[in-house]
Design a protein. Structure first.
Length: 317
């Protein structure tokens, strides 16, 4: 289960390869770093209205002049220019275009009506890592420039390790999953959150079939190996502590949210373990129901049904 275990798994599906997709990739950091004054910044904003609204948060500024002044300050900052060069060296047009094409082909294979958004790359000074909706995808390359970059996102180490180049496309896939991942808003249980995250991770593994689990869920090889070995013990904890139907946001956050570890289970147990368990439940459900499509799974709003019909019962070692 931990990624590419055989060459057969990772052979491109000829049916997916036939799916017509055109990737419109625009490297906005290039014209951005040419900005030298407010007039040029305003022209840049006028040329990219959707980007200015959704990614730069135009409406949060008192006026467009203030946003333009901020862009001038960023574009002429030598430290950010250096980060821009480092990001450009890490993400070449051709490779990025090829990865995006494969991702979009897989999404459209499972969801034929998927509107392939134009993709813009940007270097924002570590203000936002990624944005996606039906009409726009923005990749904040500076977040994913990697450990050799001169500036890194200001987040804890256990989150920072997910801001490496290899995580860019998996992060984009997880973001796209939210378009299809339906949920009953009145269901506020731990199980509902676990299955919701599990569906998202399952979506990502289907649209990125050759991507290791570590890159999808953001765990180290050791963390993942320990979880797989102790899967029965982890599940027993949820059952014995009556956690599945707990509705306390504080308790749910302990198992689903960002933490370096979950000492309630074991000090070696990584944060977000509930999402990983939800993923295993969904995997078991889909393995037992080969006729259920990915679209049907994502539309399923009953986490209890997925759990019941998965017959998920990992044995304690």
């Amino acid at each position: 289960m931990s990624g590419c275990t055989s060459t057969e798994t990772c052979q491109p599906d000829p049916e997916v390869a036939k799916v017509p997709v055109t990737v419109q990739l625009q490297r906005l950091e290039q014209p951005f770093f040419q900005i030298r004054n407010v007039a040029q910044a305003q022209q840049f904003l006028q040329q990219q209205p959707a980007f200015a609204t959704y990614f730069l948060g135009r409406k949060q500024f008192p006026s467009e002049d203030i946003l333009a002044e901020k862009l001038v300050s960023l574009a002429t900052n030598q430290g950010l220019q250096k980060l821009g060069r480092e990001s450009a060296a890490e993400f070449k047009d051709q490779a990025l275009q090829a990865e995006l094409k494969q991702l979009f082909q897989h999404v459209r294979y499972y969801f034929p009506a998927f509107p392939v958004p134009p993709v813009k790359t940007f270097v924002s000074g570590l203000s936002q890592d990624l944005f996606v909706n039906d009409s726009l995808m923005v990749l904040g390359l500076d977040f994913f420039a990697g450990s050799k970059a001169s500036y890194r996102p200001n987040v804890p180490e256990y989150i920072l390790r997910r801001y490496e180049p290899a995580y860019l496309i998996p992060t984009a896939a997880l973001a796209i999953s939210s378009k299809y991942n339906q949920k009953k808003l009145t269901d506020q249980t731990m199980l509902s959150e676990m299955v919701q995250f599990g569906k998202s991770l399952y979506f990502a593994e289907k649209v990125l079939p050759c991507t290791p689990d570590t890159l999808l869920v953001g765990f180290t090889n050791n963390e993942l190996a320990n979880l797989q070995y102790n899967e029965g013990k982890v599940w027993a904890h949820f059952i014995e502590k009556n956690l599945l139907y707990n509705t306390s946001p504080f308790t749910i956050q302990k198992y689903i949210g960002e933490r370096p570890n979950v000492p309630e289970i074991d000090k070696t147990c990584p944060g977000r373990v509930g999402a990983w368990v939800g993923w295993q439940i969904v995997r078991k459900y889909m393995a037992d129901h080969p006729n259920v499509t990915l679209a049907q799974l994502m539309a399923q709003q009953d986490p209890q049904r997925i759990l019941n019909e998965s017959r998920y019962r990992p044995k304690r070692k």
